[in-house]
Design a protein around this ligand. Sequence first.
Ligand code: SF4
Ligand code: SF4
Ligand code: FES
Length: 201
Amino acid sequence: MIKFNINDTEVEVEPGCTVLEAARQYEIEIPTLCYHEAVAPSGACRLCMVELKEGNWSKLVASCIYPAAEGINIYTETERVQNVRKWLFEMLLSKCPGSNEIKEMANKYGVSSTQFPIEDTDEKCMLCGLCTRICEEVVGLSAISIVDRGVHKKIGAPFLVPSDICVACGCCVTICPTGAMSSRIDSVRNAPSVTLTPVAL
Ligand code: SF4
Ligand code: SF4
Ligand code: FES
């Protein structure tokens, strides 16, 4: 077993555990968006940042991909962590202002507005990639992916052409943390009239 400290309290976890998994085992709250236990972590959203302190130095690490290690000291609510979280929530409010899920989460952490420009007030997708990962890793298909480049990146069927690859399993809709996939899935499938059966993940 590995022993280390979270917020000055000793925790003990199996080798191979990440800091986030350890924190969840001990019911220590760390916000996440691109993490889901059903798929491999990607470290895309950075919202799960925590501070790793060692003597006189410290660094921020993404807890969903940072491995738990003997003797490390992790802090989940330092000023540095709270500042980066606030900044990330402001970025999210500007990137996907149409998402009530993001608004609610940001509000919970005390962020209700953004200093960054809003381009599309209806946008809900934060491009976290959870939908594409579940389709590939769990369903075993690659019916959706991130298409286009730069600011035009979006989730869709290959070449943005509806196809028969999608089996309408609903996993991507269930796992999407922002509500974006439910309005996008019909543009992925050749037969949008088929009812999705959302699965429990
Ligand atoms: S549709 Fe949802 S799950 Fe997919 S990338 Fe966008 S926010 Fe993430
Ligand atoms: S509904 Fe289609 S795109 Fe979504 S996970 Fe299932 S097969 Fe993939
Ligand atoms: S939850 Fe860790 S980077 Fe997104």
